[in-house]
Design a protein around this ligand. Structure first.
Ligand SMILES: [Zn+2]
Length: 190
């Protein structure tokens, strides 16, 4: 099977800069937020892009991005920028909620979650549930307190994510946010 590459890294960089230019000319307040973000390529296989609020990073993941056309890639870039704007302007992230949707409509991207599975928004929380694999930790959701069903650093035997039994059964784990971040840094390096 041949894979046709529809969007290259060069396309992504060009589109990212076009989006920045668009914000600069039309929404200077939004531009001030997004220009603080560092852009890089990530290696996730199940999401198109990720917005990291704490480290102010937007990552685009070529594994999926290369399979979509430039228009769809642009939609993903604006989607992630809208997350950064939402958090930067409002002081907190609404996830894929009302405030974020309003920003999407303003700047011209579809106000829907594009990630195939899981979250593309990493909210700082005390603990996080992750899928463990050779590729590193994949973010699932925030965990606010430990308990018998959410012990720390122990594989959750018998538990899995709906629709992804094979890849996630007995591979879910609760880790500290610090451990998750350290793992992301190690595994996201290109
Ligand atoms: Zn999103």
């Amino acid at each position: 099977m041949t894979l046709t590459i529809k969007t290259t890294k060069e396309d992504v960089l060009r589109i990212y800069n076009e989006c920045l230019e668009f914000l600069k000319n039309n929404y200077p307040k939004y531009y001030d937020v997004v220009k603080q973000y560092r852009f890089s390529f990530g290696k996730k296989k199940r999401s198109y892009g990720t917005c990291y609020y704490r480290t102010k990073e937007i990552k685009l993941h070529m594994y999926l991005i290369q399979t979509v056309n430039n228009t769809e890639a642009k939609d993903t870039i604006l989607h992630e920028m809208a997350h950064a704007i939402d958090q930067g302007v409002n002081g907190y992230s609404s996830g894929h909620g009302y405030n974020w949707k309003r920003i999407c409509k303003q700047i011209g991207c579809k106000p829907v979650s594009t990630s195939s599975v899981g979250a593309d928004v990493i909210k700082p929380s005390k603990f996080v549930m992750v899928v463990t694999s050779d590729e590193g930790y994949e973010y699932v959701k925030p965990v606010h307190r430990l308990g018998s069903r959410t012990p720390l650093n122990k594989l959750l035997i018998g538990t899995y994510l709906r629709g992804r039994v094979k890849e996630t059964q007995n591979k879910l784990m609760v880790v500290t946010f610090a451990d998750f971040q350290a793992n992301q840094k190690a595994s996201d390096k290109d």
